[in-house]
Design a protein around this ligand. Structure first.
Ligand SMILES: [Zn+2]
Ligand SMILES: [Zn+2]
Length: 284
């Protein structure tokens, strides 16, 4: 049964109250059907609105999957879903007003959760691309020969993007700010631990329970790092040796994250510590 566009819109916009009951597949099918009708009628505004609803639905579903995965202690899967939610929300930017369908809330929570994960270094493929084509018209696009379609704009209810052809992988770099945050490095010998995510997730009543974390830099006493030798990398993530970095300072540079759950009351007042995401000399 195809629901009306108005019904589908309500199910996506009021995600906070509808997400348990809503049948994602039938909402998606209804949107596909309505978009086909709008495109056939040449109604670009309607087709674009439906693309927004589809993309918002994707963001919501990825966020809800991430929440479920964190509850189930499946943290690597949760990370992937958080990144997909972030990407979907990124596509929506400029096309939707703020916080429609809790988009601003979800964006904030995705960011909050990501700060609790231990991933610091990612892989980034170094590619040589032969040429690009436009996803809308298929024309070969070069700097001096634009096709008239703007990447990121919506045409016939689809977002215009550039397709890469004759792609060669020439190397892989290790980076801190990757284009693809899903490219985490993991090895069997050094599995990641997720104590911060595990702790926060058990104290949340559901995916729309508000919580907040504030990170501030501070220095922790050297006694906590007594197991690290002076020639080993400094725990502040600076890429320098401990002996040439924080060991000469008052303490080891770390970040403290203060968690609050609910309406600004820290219950209990937790603090987490992590090595800084950026070195002081990194470009911002
Ligand atoms: Zn084009
Ligand atoms: Zn240091």
């Amino acid at each position: 049964m195809t629901s009306s566009l108005e019904q589908a819109r309500c199910l996506v916009y009021d995600v906070e109250h509808e997400y348990i009951a809503r049948d994602q597949a039938s909402v998606r099918a209804a949107l596909t059907e309505h978009k086909r009708t709008a495109v056939a009628a040449g109604d670009q505004a309607q087709a674009k609105e439906i693309w927004c609803l589809e993309t918002l639905l994707n963001a919501q579903e990825h966020y809800l999957s991430a929440f479920q995965a964190m509850r189930a202690q499946e943290f690597p899967a949760a990370w992937t879903s958080l990144v997909h939610a972030e990407n979907a929300l990124h596509f929506l930017r400029g096309h939707l007003p703020d916080d429609v369908g809790r988009s601003a809330f979800i964006a904030q929570q995705v960011e909050n959760f990501q700060t609790l994960f231990p991933y610091r270094i990612f892989t980034s493929p170094e590619l040589v691309i032969g040429y690009h084509t436009c996803s809308v018209c298929g024309a070969v696009v070069r700097l001096r020969t634009p096709c008239g379609h703007e990447p990121g704009e919506i045409y016939d209810g689809e977002m215009c993007h550039r397709k890469a052809h004759d792609v060669q992988l020439v190397g892989v770099a290790l980076v801190r700010n990757p284009v693809m945050k899903t490219n985490v490095i993991s090895t069997a010998e050094h599995p990641y631990d997720f104590p911060m995510v595990a702790k926060v997730i058990t104290h949340l009543s559901g995916p729309f329970a508000p919580w907040h974390i504030e990170w501030n830099e501070m220095r922790l006493p050297h006694s906590l790092f007594a197991h690290i030798r002076t020639r080993e990398p400094c725990p502040c993530n600076s890429r320098l040796e401990y002996g040439q970095c924080c060991l000469n300072r008052l303490g080891v540079r770390q970040e403290e994250g203060k968690v609050t759950i609910g309406a600004g009351i820290a219950v209990p007042p937790w603090s987490f510590y992590r090595s800084p995401l950026r070195h002081a000399n990194d470009p911002v």
